[in-house]
Design a protein around this ligand. Sequence first.
Ligand code: AP5
Ligand code: MG
Ligand code: ZN
Length: 214
Amino acid sequence: MNIILLGPPGAGKGTQSAGLVERHGMMQLSTGDMLRAAVKAQTPVGLEAKAVMDAGELVSDEIVSKLIDDNLAALDAGTGAIFDGYPRTAAQGEQLDAILAKHGRTLDHVIELEVNVDALVERITGRYSCANCGALYHDTANVPAKEGVCDVCGSTEFKRRPDDNEETVRTRMEEYRAKTAPILPGYEARGIVTRVDGMADIDAVAGQIDAVLG
Ligand code: AP5
Ligand code: MG
Ligand code: ZN
């Protein structure tokens, strides 16, 4: 099973991917996470991507598609892939089709997380993650069971993303509207799109996604 989780910044792609990994043993392929790792490691890709990401704009199609191709090549053939934050442009959509064909995979579902745009800034500016394992939290909507301690790994160190400020979020949302939303009709024509209510609470969204996966 190979699926795309599609939705604007803060829609819950990363949160729902983590749940799918846990419940179904799938692999999350997040180009945002890959790029942040490259920035941290100061690789050539990271050095090129940093300023673009900090501005909330899109990194080049070639860079992100190569990241996806490399990661998919390393993935066991029996493990399903969750594409999180990719594809984001029409060109990336075409590149993904070619990459999937190359690795003998097919795209089963495109799941669109439908959200109210007004809620997204609040979600994103309240987001933080475990500095050790990356588990995602939110100041009010998703706090660890024990305050200040990661549920997953017990770490007490947390961090926030440099692009999670209101101004950059507005640019990211505009990039989504202008470049990413237009790729949906193509998938609709293939009959593989399902919309889920991304405004429901996290467990309810997960239940809707599981219903799609069957
Ligand atoms: P990326 O990392 O993909 O960021 P994004 O698309 O802006 O999405 P987010 O990660 O902000 O949101 P999310 O949907 O994962 O939400 P989350 O689950 O965290 O990309 C970052 C940058 O990298 C881009 O701007 C670009 O520069 C570059 N890039 C990446 N991929 C690229 C590509 N393919 N092409 C070109 N450039 C690329 O949830 C958000 C918060 O809400 C959390 O705090 C969470 O706890 C909370 N929350 C989640 N679900 C719920 C819920 N149901 N109810 C209440 N709260 C919730
Ligand atoms: Mg994310
Ligand atoms: Zn942790």
